[in-house]
Design a binder for this molecule. Structure first.
Ligand code: C2O
Ligand code: CU
Length: 465
């Protein structure tokens, strides 16, 4: 049992430094060039046990944070100095297929691959993580995950909290052996929920904040755990405090959504503005609800981190605007183009009965490039959560039946690339299959389900007119 709750400060992942710029071969514009080494690191998690050996980007877990500007393309060379093959996926980017982290396109130990990232989308929180065939769960869990922030002028002009007041909070949940090493998910076939909650790699940290507004970029980087987050002050135990959700997977929402709690499942990103000005001198705890789907609760999995709020008033010139942006929703359609059933079958995880290993049958859709398609995603039962990620596109969450029986306001007010399919739920999503043609993956983001074949492909096809 881990007994050092709120004893260690929240680590802030360092910003990735630019190696150099290179000229674009056609336009001559600068391309930002970076190099990342995938290598081992030691992390002292339990003060009274040995360190855990992890493998992370630049030997950090989470990896360094990329800060990118829309309009400046990037090339990142990922050099594999680890013992496992890897494939890097920039989750949230409309990368061209050869740079999207296709599971079988692995880089072997000792080799490297250059990934080209267009950075052409609107501002958003992306993340980069491993996607190598059959060992994605192991690689991501041992540390191959990091934040990648894309900024743009429209968002910066809003004057949201920025700089030190704009903080990524990467959630993960893991389990350790008695010697302090990580318990591996390698032999798991259903889920690994983990009893130790980490934020930015530190179990149950504390963070000293000023009594003012903060922007927090939440990412659930757990391999199997879904959270329902809420804030509680030590002065008002049992009361959920208000906060505003301002962005999701594909960037800003149309307007802030005031909530008391927020569901975040694996790979989802939600950004919130929390105003601590009402909590001067108090301790505000970020909590997690119990009994979410089939997730296993442990002693402290209802706690995430603690904010220690300063006593003295500070100036806060940042703004929470009443409207944020107009969302480019895809054109509504009335017909369902595809229906996909996510279920456990014969001891494996399948989509419409197909496994990713079934190479002859795994391409389950061929949307013509530029066409809006409506997909119905159905959870085949058993109490499991399946957060479904569709590569390449931003989608609209149109409807949800069964389970919660509603699209959450913070899902509806923006575009997503992962949708949480809770137990028994049936969700309809709509996307424009663009801007590129090519073969892309879609899958469950419980990485153990993904590694056990709950993954398929779609081929965006180019039709000459
Ligand atoms: Cu975040 Cu296909 O993955
Ligand atoms: Cu799943």
């Amino acid at each position: 049992e881990y007994k050092w709750l709120y004893q260690y400060p929240l680590p802030i992942p360092q910003t990735k430094a630019l190696n150099r710029t290179i000229p674009h071969p056609v336009t001559g514009k600068d391309i930002n060039y970076y190099e990342v080494e995938i290598k081992e690191l030691k992390q002292q998690v339990y003060p009274d046990r040995g360190p855990a050996t992890l493998v992370g980007y630049d030997g950090l877990a989470p990896g360094p944070t990329f800060q990118m500007q829309r309009g400046t393309e990037a090339v990142v060379r990922f050099i594999n100095k680890s013992k496992n093959p890897n494939s890097v996926h920039l989750h949230g980017s409309y990368s061209r297929a050869p740079f999207d982290g296709w599971a079988e396109d692995v880089t072997k130990p000792g080799e490297y691959k250059d990934y080209y990232y267009p950075n052409g989308q609107n501002a958003r929180t992306l993340w980069y993580h491993d996607h190598a065939i059959d060992i994605t769960a192991v690689n991501a869990y041992y540390g191959q995950a990091g934040v990648y922030v894309l900024h743009d002028g429209e968002e910066s002009a809003l004057n949201l909290p920025s700089g030190n007041y704009d903080v990524p909070l990467v959630l993960s949940s893991k389990q350790y052996n008695n010697d302090g090493s990580l318990f591996s998910p390698a032999s798991e076939t259903t889920s690994l929920y983990g009893d130790v909650i980490h934020v930015n790699g530190q179990p149950w940290p504390y963070f000293k904040v000023e009594p003012r507004k903060y922007r927090f970029r939440f990412l659930d980087a757990s391999i199997s755990r879904t959270f329902q987050l809420y804030f509680e002050s030590d002065k008002k135990l049992g009361e959920k405090q208000d906060f505003n959700v301002i962005a999701s997977d594909a960037g800003l929402l149309s307007a802030p959504q005031k909530v008391k709690d927020l569901y975040i499942s694996m790979a989802e990103r939600y950004e919130v503005v929390m105003d601590f000005s009402k909590f001067k001198g108090e301790n505000v705890t970020l909590r997690n609800s119990r009994k979410i789907a089939a997730d296993i609760d442990y002693l402290h999995t209802d706690k995430v981190m603690k904010f220690v709020v300063g006593k003295d008033s500070v100036e806060d010139n940042s703004v929470l605007p009443s409207s944020l942006r107009s969302i480019p929703y895809p054109q509504d359609r009335t017909t369902i183009d595809h229906e996909f059933l996510f279920e456990r079958k014969n001891g494996g995880w399948r989509i419409n009965g197909v496994s990713f290993a079934d190479t002859a049958n795994r391409v389950l859709a061929k949307p013509p490039r530029g066409k809006v398609e409506t997909w119905k995603l159905v959870n085949g039962g058993g109490g499991w959560s399946h957060p479904i990620h569709i590569h390449l596109v931003d989608f609209k969450v149109v409807s949800r039946k069964n389970g919660r029986n509603a699209v959450m306001p913070y899902e509806a007010a923006g575009l997503k690339d992962v949708v949480w399919l809770g137990p028994n739920e049936e969700v309809v999503v709509e996307a424009n299959y663009a801007p590129w043609d090519g073969l892309y993956m879609f899958h469950c983001h419980n990485l153990i389900h993904e590694d056990h074949e709950m993954m398929a492909a779609f081929n965006v096809t180019f039709l000459a007119d």
